[in-house]
Design a protein around this ligand. Structure first.
Ligand code: PLP
Length: 407
């Protein structure tokens, strides 16, 4: 079993106080997670000892940097169960990974009238790239609706599949509702009609075991910063055959084998999709983050967050006037978006902040989902490996105070 108090000690920022003497209770990990010493030290060590540009130099530092960067790719590919490291492309984040697929795979394979299926619970980063492509190519976007409980309506999905979609792109875990979608089943159904699949793993890869071979997913997008790694780096997994068939996304150094004045020959995978100097220190930090999570055990992390979900759902909903949106603990990660009757989410967050409790207020980059629930905004508390049941209690005490102030 995972011991959150031991884990907390690995994260220096969690020891700080805010507002003269108030200890920090960080409940905003769905936005970005905190970083353990192992990640901070690995990046620091790289800059102190091995910093150089990669893939080009013949000197010691360049070789060390290249070795560390490619070893990082291998570690992260292994973490998600990819068949080979060349199926793992480094990007800036989940957003860039999805844009890469929309622009490269989409432009090459789609034509006017083609159908793309998304869901009503997507983050803007899995909506807008497809909307942009749809406007450019005259595509048709269809949506798997959400139920009032915050689940996907798979019977409507079954009907939508009769439109022979070319792509089904969906989030594995909702960043608002916390819903853990049945990804394997959604992918199996998509493949049965010949559609390609993309999973937005921004909120799943950090929190539950994700294995691309087991899911049989075609593309998986995720970000390092939500899984105890640094900002500025993310990844796109793609099946080798698909990636091989796709044109480069951006042009420049490193992504080419040969350049003439009027033409170029693209490089091999994965370099074909990594134009320019990449985020080298961040890749090293990313791998260290994956190693850290692996050493805790993804099953243990998921079980820990399930315990938090059960406890928090019970405790938070006991606060007067609180309504949590999203399903029950068995279908949910440790993300809780809620409203308090008569109190604006920004006021809730501000009062909690005075007690050192960091939560988020707004639409959480999921405006259509909030529209669906007829809510302009919610307050969101999101938990991770370093949070404990006591943090839930602290939140609930804070909410009780919010209620008192407004009475
Ligand atoms: N998808 C989901 C479900 C998210 O929660 C987020 C971030 O909040 C993203 C995509 C975008 O991630 P990034 O900003 O790292 O690209």
């Amino acid at each position: 079993k995972l011991d959150a108090s031991l884990i907390r000690a690995d994260f220096p920022i969690l020891g700080r106080q805010v507002y003269s003497g108030v200890p920090l209770v960080y409940l905003d990990s769905a936005a970005t997670s905190q970083k353990p010493n192992a990640v901070i030290d690995a990046m620091d060590r790289y800059y102190r000892t091995s910093n150089a540009n990669i893939h080009r130099g013949i000197h010691v530092l360049a070789e060390e940097a290249t070795g560390l960067y490619e070893a990082a790719r291998k570690t992260i590919a292994g973490f998600i169960g990819a068949r080979t490291p060349s199926e793992l492309i480094f990007t800036r984040n989940t957003t860039e990974s999805i844009n890469l697929v929309a622009a490269s795979w989409g432009r090459k394979n789609l034509k006017a009238g083609d159908v793309i299926i998304l869901t009503e619970m997507e983050h803007h980063s899995n909506l807008v790239p497809w909307q942009m492509l749809a406007a450019e190519l005259n595509l048709r976007l269809e949506y798997i609706p959400g139920t009032p409980e915050g689940l996907l309506d798979l019977s409507v999905y079954q009907q939508l599949l009769e439109l022979s979609p070319r792509m089904v792109a969906f989030t594995q875990v909702s960043n608002v509702l916390g819903t853990i979608n049945p990804a394997k089943e959604i992918i199996r159904m998509a493949h049965s009609v010949g559609a390609v699949t993309l999973v937005d793993g921004a909120q799943s890869v950090p929190h539950i075991p994700v294995n691309v071979m087991d899911l049989n997913v075609d593309f998986l997008a995720f970000s390092a910063h939500k899984m105890v790694g640094p900002t500025g780096i993310g990844a796109l997994y793609g099946k080798e055959k698909l990636l091989e068939s796709m044109p480069p996304y951006m042009g420049g150094g490193d992504m080419i084998k040969k350049v003439l004045l009027r033409s170029f020959v693209p490089n091999e995978l994965p370099h074909k999709f990594e134009a320019g100097t990449p985020a080298i220190a961040e890749a090293i930090g990313f791998a260290e983050a994956a190693t850290y999570l692996y050493s805790q055990g993804m099953e243990n992390i998921a079980a820990h967050e399930h315990d938090i979900a059960e406890y928090a759902l019970k405790k938070i909903s006991q606060v007067d006037g609180v309504r949590i949106i999203g399903p029950g603990a068995d279908q949910k990660g440790s993300v809780f978006s809620f409203t308090m009757a008569g109190i604006h989410p920004h006021d809730v967050s501000q009062i909690l902040d005075r007690r050192g409790i960091a939560v988020r207020a707004g639409h959480h980059c999921a405006m259509p989902l909030h529209e669906k629930f007829k809510l302009p905004a919610t307050t969101r508390a999101s938990f991770y490996i370093y949070n404990s049941l006591e943090d839930v209690d602290t939140l609930v005490e804070g909410l009780a105070e919010v209620r008192k102030i407004f009475e």
